[in-house]
Design a protein around this ligand. Sequence first.
Ligand code: PMP
Length: 414
Amino acid sequence: MTSVATPETGFRSARRIGAIGVSEILKIGAVAARLKREGRPVIVLGAGEPDFDTPDHIKAAAEKAIRAGQTKYTTLDGTAELKAAISGKFLRENGLAYAADEITVGAGAKQVIHNAFMATLNPGDEVILAAPYWTSYADMVQIAEGVPVNVVCREENGFRLDAADLERAITPRTRWLLLNSPSNPTGSAYSQAQLQPILEVLKRHPHVWLIADDIYEHLIYDGLPFVTAAQIEPGLKNRTLTVNGVSKAYAMTGWRVGYAGGPKELIGAMAVVQSQSTTNPSSVSQAAAVEALTGPQDLLAERCAAFQRRRDLVVDALNAIDGVTCRRPEGAFYTFASCAGLIGRRTPEGTLIDSDSAFCRYLLEQHDVAVVPGSCFGLAPYFRISYAASEASLEEATGRIAKACEKLACKVLS
Ligand code: PMP
């Protein structure tokens, strides 16, 4: 890690953020925004949030909380009502029993994961990430002065972690394995049979703890049952942090409520971190989250069905394009398509497509579609599409991608 100084102002950032740049995803977003300002009809398929609105009954609960004066500090890591609602959710949906002191609530699952790293990592401690992974994981590990260790999950293995690869990556410095199912960016999810060999490895290495990031739990398709580690391997529950939140399931990204269940010493240490950073999550948002978790749940299935239709639309359209192949993901709202067949081709202007980044730049600059290169997530040459968008815009966008690929001159073999 290096410390970065700006010569003109003398500003010097801390070593712990030295290696972390502005994310490529934000840069793509900035170019897309500029093109839009210039009047171009850009379709952005980069967002990590549902395009649906927060359900009305949840908004009403927040309004009621404001009127009732729930506008003060709350218990540090979650109100008693919300912890009870979360405990009920874990029991009802995951068969997991967590008491109030085994539950934490933060400003999003992101803060919960950050708290966990800050509370447990010493400089040089290692966290195993299953690549491709949500880019924030590696940055969060580094902010906590840990070392992210990438284990590549090959497409042939459904972008899932191979147990033998995991075992090889474990060292005496390994503190955590982070697993995310269904996954951002691949959409891959683990069945019980696929998860079990990974958990067997963890059982053999008691110093390695597990973060199960279940934020996309409710976006899982074709009737595949959702499973989480602590539920199928109760022996691991005392070293597993089961992370979840209301952002994706209930279209509540802006409310900033995430939560986790885990062993109480860990939960207590995480509360110490949160107590000296943000204190409690918004009181009003917590009231809304109680309603999300205890109110009517029928919207979940409806929205899941809508996402499944969109997945099929995008996957079918991508697989019809020469040079592109796309695995049909089990969940989340992302597809992770290979553009290996396009590498080596040239644009009509003669620019060589030599990487997934070059392909994504070409799509955005020449064909008004913003998608994210796989290299941003630790695996190339791929591109991620977020299909949290209307079917009409997905049809239009995949049509543009097809046209863009047709215009790429055939690979010249040397
Ligand atoms: N985990 C994953 C895999 C995500 O994609 C996201 C959001 N992009 C989060 C966690 C964080 O969600 P939130 O902080 O909104 O709860």
